[in-house]
Design a protein around this ligand. Sequence first.
Ligand code: SF4
Length: 250
Amino acid sequence: MNGKRAPVVEVFASFQGEGVLVGTPQVFVRFAGCDLDCLYCDTEYAKVIPEYCKVYDTGGDVREMPNPLSIDELMKAINEIAFPDPNVEWVALTGGEPLLYPEFVTPLASRLSEDRFLVYLETAGHLPEALEQVIEHVDLIAGDIKLASTTNTPVDYEDIYDFWSVAAGAEAFVKFVITDAVERGEITALLREERWEIIGPLTAVLQPCTPTATARAPSFELLWSLAHEADHWFDSVRVIPQCHRLLGAK
Ligand code: SF4
């Protein structure tokens, strides 16, 4: 029994709706808590630590587990959901912000690897020291670069650069969420410093935001312009919206 515990909002199966693995069946572990305030946030409920974690099985039943969860409790829930379907290879560690809990996520990811799962880490991409701890056990990193126009939190690009200094050598892709407030030239203004060449070999995903009360979707013209801009800095650029929304899925 591992004594470490962490707060989790929910555990569920769904199709990955974002990024380069879009359409892949995965088990999602959504950690509670986040230290940022993005205008396009679609998981505000995950920023608060709930008394109970909800575990949704694929038949539609829901059960509750008191927070915080131990690794053994979480592994049991993941296996219960994944076991009926042998196609579920990936477990997505998402949030909130999973890297708020590196002491928990590191042994969890190690256990997942031992139990045949591939580990997909979805992170806001601003906690380099935590990433250093967990990266050994992660198979793919989906890391955001937050554009200043899309968040209420001041963006510390030194932390983001340090994050990518660690992540760029691993399997990873960069995700920019695009709202109508993003300015043409904003990606270039950030990446034109020579040091950002480290992320050039990665794929960049531009994700037009799903509208929220505080963020509107970008126009086609803005997306086209930003994709063209990103193409200058990255080897590969894709524009992919949140596809799980089309399915009415989590
Ligand atoms: S990092 Fe994620 S959970 Fe946190 S505010 Fe931004 S979108 Fe919401």
